[in-house]
Design a binder for this molecule. Sequence first.
Ligand code: SF4
Length: 320
Amino acid sequence: MTNILWLQGGACSGNTMSFLNAEEPSACDLITDFGMNILWHPSLGIELGNQLQQLLWDCIEGRIALDILVFEGSVINAPNGTGTWNRFAQRPMKDWLDDLSKVASFVVAVGDCATWGGIPAMAPNPSESTGLQFLKRQSGGFLGADYRSKAGLPVINIPGCPAHPDWISQILVAIATGRIGDIALDELNRPSTFFKSFTQTGCTRNVHFAYKASTSEFGQRRGCLYYDLGCRGPMTHSSCNRILWNRVSSKTRAGMPCLGCTEPEFPFHDLMPGTVFKTQTVMGVPKELPIGVNKKDYALLTIVAKDSTPKWAEEDIFTV
Ligand code: SF4
């Protein structure tokens, strides 16, 4: 039996909504097939009333083993570092987190707010929000750079706005089955298996990207979204086009540019529609090039690609 406690800080519940859509494995599979016991979850847990605080104290004082602490949302430190009172838990959430992190075997941060601070941590950050072990790309966050859970690991970061449901459920299974040691964490403590490649890996528009065939409209099934619509697929670490959403699609497959939501710097351009969905250029060259490509090579590639684009590269790939 693996005890899981899921708590929320400054959150919109988006990662909970995402988690409930997990398919491989599903949230139910975690309980029925992998022996997980969800001690409490703000949406799934029964109304515990005062018993919720008792449950949290039981974990802190060792009467209940806390195997996995999952945290969703930013850690709110306002006002003036005291932390905002949480009416369910009758104590600032940051204080519960401080105590529970000391007794948890594993701590998992789900979503951008818990990993990097997310949107709440954007300047001027009136909620004094931070992620569990990072503030944006800077190591530290609420628990500090040296924090290790009882199992000896840093906070396992599963970013995304929201995180992909199967990334969450698969990491929970890896922990519960004792296989988390097989999963390498990168320099941002993300499981490499999900975040080593780019969103572009597996995108159905790669052929359009290669031939520099662009689209300037949302929802189109032809053309790449990088050249005009600001797609961040070549600069964003995620497996959204390898492990599809609902097993069928992704943003870019549906004609929506990748917003780079798994990266610590998200949200880019303050999510202003006129800026975020527009490729920023200087003399026709995108300001942000795909990682690993320099300006000189990009210019050269552009000329060759434009000259050699076959007619079919401009067509809708799904129309017969
Ligand atoms: S749509 Fe985005 S992810 Fe897909 S090929 Fe173009 S730039 Fe890459």
